[in-house]
Ligand binder design. Sequence first.
Ligand code: KIV
Ligand code: ZN
Length: 387
Amino acid sequence: MSSEKIYIFDTSLRDGEQVPGCKLRKEQKLAIAEQLDYFGVDIIEAGFPISSPGDFEAVREVAAIVKNATVCGLSRAVMKDIEVAGQAVKGAKRPRIHTGIGTSDNHILFKLNTTRKDILERAVAAVRYAKTFVEDVEFYAEDAGRTDPEYLARVCEAVIEAGATVLNIPDTTGYCLPHEYGDKIAYLKANVKGIHKAILSTHCHNDLGMATANSIAGVENGARQVECTINGIGERAGNTSLEEVVMIIKQRFGGTYHTDIKTPMLKSMSLLVSETMGMPVQANKAIVGANAFAHSSGIHQDGVIKQRDTYEIMNPADVGVDQSSIILTARSGRAALAYRFKELGHNLTKDALDVAYIHFLELADRQKEVVDDDLEVLYQERIYSLT
Ligand code: KIV
Ligand code: ZN
C-alpha cells in the first residue's frame, strides 16, 4: 500500500504572529510566505483579514504571490468577517476561508452566552456564506478538545452538509492527553455521516507540552491535515511545532505517511522565522535548537565518534544542519579531544594526547567551552615540540 499524504497547514503567520512581540510588517509576512511556499507547505494561513487593514492587505498580497500552496484567511462565524476574508484571499490560485465558532459548553455558555442549537445554526450559516466566496471552506470547532464528542459529531455532520471541505478539531487550550485527542478523532471518523467528504485536521496548543504528541495521535486515528507553526510559536505556550511533526512522520512513519516538506530547509526556516520575529529558539529545542545535534559529555562523544547513530536518531543533513558537533567542555573525554585535534589537522600520538588532555582540562575548568582557537594555541605552545 502506498504511503498517505499528511497535509501541512502552517499558521505561523496567523496563530504564530498574533503573539505579543511576533507582529510582522507586510513585507516580512510576504518574505516568509514566499519561503513557506517553496519549502513545501500545503496551506499557508496568512492572517485574520478583519482584524486590521494592515492584515487584510498582507493576506491579499500573500494570496497574489504564492505559487503552489493554498492561501487561507481566518474569520469568526460572523458574516462581515467571512466577506472580508473572502475578499482578501480571492486572488489566490487556491483560496480557502477558515471560519468557525466555539463548541464546548464553556465557550457556548460563558463566552457566547447562548445554546448548542444556536451554535450549530451559526456554524452552518457561516459555512454556507463562506461557500459563496470560495469552494474550499475549512470549519474550526474552537475548544473541540473539551467539547462533548456527541455534540461535536452533530456540528461536524451539519457543516459537511453545508459544504465544509476540512474540519479543524482544535485542542485550543492544550488540555487533552494524546489518547483522548486520538479517541476524539477516531470517534468523529466513526460517527459523522459524510465524513469521507472532508479532511479532518488537528490544531493543538502546547499548554501542557503535548501539542506534538496530540497531533500525531490525531494522525494515527485518521486526521490527514496538521496545523502547526515554525518553532512551535503561537498563543501562550505555542502551537504544534512543524519541524517536530514533519520529522516524526519521516523518521517513524515513513512508508505509512509522508509530507511534501523539503526537510533540509527546516533549520533555515527556523532561523528565518526566529530572526524576523525576534523570537529566540531555546537551545535544547528538538530538531532546530542549537544543541539538537551537539554532543558534550565524554560518554556520548565517544559513542557518536565511533558510530553516529549511537546517540543520533536523525541525520543532521536531513534537517539542514551541516553536521553534528562535538562540544569540548570539562565533561569531554580523550576521544573527543583527539577527534577535534584531528579535524584541525593534528593527528596526536597517545603520549601527546595524554599531555594535551591535562592542559585541556585545566583550561576547560576555567571556561565554559574550549573552542578551536584555544586548541590551536594549546597545540603550538605545549604539543608541537613533542611531535
Ligand atoms: O486554537 C484555536 O482554536 C484556533 C482557532 C481560531 C482555529 O486558533
Ligand atoms: Zn490556535
